[in-house]
Design a protein around this ligand. Structure first.
Ligand code: URA
Length: 247
């Protein structure tokens, strides 16, 4: 059994706010198992009930998968007493019990972050063994040399603590105060990219994640905004791929 309030069930689809859902229910636009239901606080069982809104059937998904454009200044946690978290950015109509960020971006890192309530899925897209790539744009306060690119390719020894798996660094552009690089990783150790560059005396001044698996950050999402993934996007995200070093 997987029961939820009717108004919350409707708003969980991401198409209507909780207020819209209540209005639709009140005007008789919502049917549960073929019968019009007019009370928002009635419960539906997602495993066996069918719900339609204005004749269109809802996909009652057991799990939720959200794409967030993480802004600077929020922490990748479910709750924090002192600072705003990525979960605080999720509008009420998309909130679900047990929602958490699948992996962490540092407080000052921006870009693509997935929020879900599906622990197994999160493990799959984060585990280095699954080869789901994570792609970042990084600005550093100096020059990205061939030596650094080669070291990323073979594995960087980070402060004698661990050696990173092979990753691909490409020079994207050069500005007066430093270079932009594109980094492809399949793991996500603590402060990994920053620590890899520090091994070469460089500091990361901007870091932005643009892709996970084959899923790109939606350009229409402003920093701080999120939206549900479509089932096709969930598949794109969980796509295994080897890093292509020669292109
Ligand atoms: N590497 C970092 O150093 N920070 C991030 O937020 C992500 C990858």
């Amino acid at each position: 059994m997987n029961k939820e309030r009717l108004d919350k069930t409707i708003s969980s689809q991401g198409l209507w706010s909780r207020k819209d859902a209540k209005a639709l229910i009140r005007k008789g636009a919502v049917c549960v198992n073929g019968e019009v239901v007019k009370s928002a606080d009635s419960y539906v069982d997602w495993d066996c009930d069918s719900v339609t809104v204005e004749g269109k059937a809802l996909q009652l998904q057991q799990h939720v998968y959200l794409m967030l454009h993480k802004p600077k200044g929020v922490v990748s946690a479910t709750e924090d007493r002192e600072q705003p978290t990525v979960v605080d950015l999720v509008p009420d109509e998309l909130k679900r019990k047990g929602l958490f960020p699948a992996g962490r971006l540092d407080k000052d890192t921006t870009g693509l972050l997935i929020l879900t309530d599906d622990g197994e899925f999160a493990h799959d897209i984060l585990s280095p063994k699954k080869h789901v790539q994570k792609i970042y744009l990084a600005k550093v306060d100096g020059r990205i040399t061939d030596e650094i690119i080669e070291a990323f390719r073979t594995g960087v020894n980070v402060h004698n603590e661990y050696t990173t798996l092979p990753s691909k660094l490409t020079l994207v552009s050069s500005e007066e105060d430093g270079d932009w690089g594109r980094v492809v990783l399949r793991e996500g150790m603590y402060h990994q990219i920053k620590r890899m560059f520090v091994s070469f005396g460089l500091h990361v001044t901007e870091l932005h994640r643009i892709r996970m698996g084959k899923l790109d950050l939606d350009e229409n999402l402003q920093p701080g905004q999120c939206r549900p993934l479509t089932p096709e996007e969930v598949q794109l995200l969980n796509t295994r791929e080897e890093i292509a070093f020669e292109e």
